[in-house]
Design a binder for this molecule. Structure first.
Ligand SMILES: *Cc1c(COP(=O)(O)O)cnc(C)c1O
Length: 379
């Protein structure tokens, strides 16, 4: 830091220079984030200083958090679920496992493990590290859903939690949550559903319905991210528990604040993105959300049809707005690099190796057409 500060206009100029280096979302096909809706940006700015770490001072922001939690719970089959607006899927996943870990630790269990699918988001590797829990990875079936037999084989008397993913980050696939719930019931194991991406997509799919949320008995907790398909601002996630006692496992006393205790991982935390989440849910309603998802799914189909027409097939028929395209293994990186040279941002999956594209609301029909032309040219 310099001894003397700059003129405000000079700082703004610096910011503009940096802004030009950031990519616009238009040609980004790798991200699960997108432009927040204008009402989200408006709400975010209005509540910029609100700190939900000390929520007794910001009663309006606190009310919006409670109502957002209620609305999201209702969307996920339980308007009486308990939770809070987190910073994203990572924090939500941490807190779910943290809660059941605390419960079992109080019961005297040691050397615990959780079972996640091989397709689990890397946040579970952080969780293993942070909470000193073994993370066991279950194999997948041909359609890249978790293989329930493999999950069963990994269970032992130290297993405290199974995780199912509703919308895998790499393939957009949905694990068989009802089957996992059956095992959870039989063996009395906590079942966490990671719907960070899929939570705002699956309820609005037209062609097929999937049971993945609290409507499935024995689903214990769910992660869902307003800052992905929820069109909110970053950072906005949500963790919900069916049973309030699990949220209480996370509570710590907060002397000298306006509230007696706190269940969030963070202390000081943004009321702005909570306001944004609340505003978007109010603005869109189910009808508006359904329209966004329908448009993304329509373009997903256009993309897959176009790819097939030039001889490139998807790894799985897309379940949601994530497309993975099969190319000869030796070709994937070359094609990805050639597309990047044309200004696109694409990614490559691990196993099986494929080209991965996420069709977020910023992707338009012209974008898909232009992308297909470039794909044809470089493959
Ligand atoms: C994105 C994602 C996460 C992580 O969420 P962040 O908001 O990036 O912390 C976790 N799980 C799944 C399935 C995701 O798609």
């Amino acid at each position: 830091m310099e001894e003397r500060g700059m003129e405000i206009e000079a700082v703004k100029k610096l910011l503009q220079d940096k802004k030009r280096k950031d990519m616009a979302y238009e040609k980004i096909l790798t991200s699960m984030c997108t432009y927040p809706h204008e009402i989200a940006a408006y709400a975010h700015e209005m509540f910029l200083e609100a700190n939900l770490g000390d929520s007794g001072l910001f009663l309006g922001a606190k009310e919006m958090e409670e109502e957002a939690v209620r609305m999201i719970g209702e969307l996920l089959g339980n308007e009486n679920a308990f939770g809070y607006i987190s910073t994203g899927g990572t924090e939500s996943n941490i807190q779910a496992i943290h809660a059941i870990r605390n419960r079992k630790r109080r019961d005297g269990l040691k050397a615990m493990n959780v079972i996640v699918p091989e397709t689990a988001h890397f946040s579970f590797d952080k969780i293993g590290d942070l909470l000193s829990i073994e993370v066991r990875k279950a194999a997948l079936d041909d359609e890249l859903r978790v293989d329930v037999k493999s999950v069963e084989e990994l269970i032992d008397d130290k297993t405290i939690c199974m995780v199912g993913i509703a919308g895998t980050t790499e393939f957009g696939q949905i694990d068989p949550i009802e089957e996992l719930a059956g095992i959870a019931k039989d063996r009395d194991i906590f079942l966490h559903v990671d719907a960070a991406f899929g939570g705002f997509v699956i309820p609005f799919l037209q062609e097929q319905k999937y049971a993945f949320d609290f409507s499935v008995e024995d689903v214990s907790s769910i992660s869902i991210d307003p800052h992905k398909m929820g069109m909110s601002t970053i950072p906005a996630g949500c963790i919900l528990f069916r049973d309030e006692s699990y949220l209480s496992e996370l509570a710590v006393l907060t002397p000298y604040l306006t509230t007696g205790e706190q269940c969030s991982l963070l202390g000081t935390r943004s009321g702005a993105s909570v306001a944004a989440t609340y505003a978007v849910l109010k603005y869109f309603g189910r009808e508006g959300m359904k329209k966004i998802v329908s448009e993304c799914m329509e373009l997903t189909r256009t993309l897959v049809q176009g790819a097939k027409a030039i001889g490139v097939s998807p790894v799985i028929e897309p379940v949601m707005n994530v497309v993975t395209l099969s190319l000869p293994a030796a070709e994937v990186d070359r094609v990805a690099n050639a597309l990047e040279a044309k200004g696109w941002r694409v990614s490559v999956t691990r196993v099986p190796k494929a080209l991965r594209l996420v069709i977020m609301p910023h992707v338009k029909e012209e974008t898909v057409k232009a992308f297909l032309d470039d794909l044809e040219a470089v493959r």
